[in-house]
Write a protein that binds this ligand. Sequence first.
Ligand code: AMP
Length: 394
Amino acid sequence: MNKMTVKDIDLKGRTVLMRADFNVPQDADLNITDDTRIRATLPTIKYILQNGAKRLILMSHLGRPDGKVVEKYSLQPVAKKLGELLGEPVKFLDDCVGDNIKKECEGTKERVVLLENLRFHAEEETNDANFAKQLASLGEVFVNDAFGTAHRAHASTEGVTHYLKAVAGFLLEKEIQYLGGTVANPQKPFVVILGGAKVSDKIGVIENLLPKCDMILIGGGMCYTFLMAQGKKIGSSKLEKEKLDLAKGLLAKAKQLDKEIVLPIDNLVADKIDAQAKTELVGENIPDGKIGVDIGPKTIALFETKLKTAKTICWNGPLGIFEMDAFSKGTGEIAKFISTLPATTIIGGGDTAAAVAKFKLEDKMTHISTGGGASLEFLEGKTLPGVAALANKA
Ligand code: AMP
């Protein structure tokens, strides 16, 4: 990777401004129900502190307060939790910009400071230059470790880089390494697995990855538009009619490039999308009134045959409605299967990461992306503003 990381700069005696992703889930009493995102930033935070930084000023967003102060989206509970995990107090400041905040950042005895939610100011998401300059004035160097927002040019991801040297933290470095590096230059055979709700969300990914991969296996809600494009019956399964021609075009393009697009050869279908619904297994054609909710066992076996020799696997989108146990077999079996392979396994974020977590296979994949939208844009081959803004290695 040609982007500078926190390891490439001198931290001694410097005040470091760092964008983290502390967008954690909370219950009604504002207790943090899952601190994974806070724990995930600890390696970068500890590295900065252990390598002599004078002070670390952390900033993040939480929820969607839409430019207003919304008490339930305060980052105060995160400061407390982070302090416990770090084993040293974290000073929480009740705003992120202004003269008082600057003074407090400079005068505080704690080494670690967490600023209040950036999105309490509308200027964060509009990438206002003055707001970005005020944020930048709090540090001497900028570290971005928030991949989930790297696809947005916000003041704290892109704006600040106009005023401070910007480098990647360890989380962002890993995302760039796998979603950028490995996917762009994969070891072959490179097999892509795509699923999820809609074809329209994955068109860019197919177009970008088709020339790079050896084959694409398609399941999930998006596969029925492709099956129909091949002349199959899909009953009442999810269909994006207006994308039928596009699906036909992609199938033709794959043929032209001598790449395989592999579609389900059998399907689990239900009368309705309900955990108690009556289900049955059918072949390639789905009878009238039935809804495809998962890939069938023959498809699982077919996908496994295609995957077993892969050296690189990239997966984005569950292969069925995995949130319901009755419809989760295809996603679970494929997740288990690839977790045993001697391949580099890259899991796109969002629902695919949730599916892998559901089957407790997080530790068995090479890389699980932390960003939903950001990982999709990376796989589409787009330039992410938060990544592009990082300093290049000499
Ligand atoms: P995405 O965010 O595009 O990866 O889509 C994830 C969603 O796709 C999940 O909530 C799944 O329940 C849904 N999904 C997967 N398979 C199907 C299907 N056969 N029909 C409808 N939705 C599906």
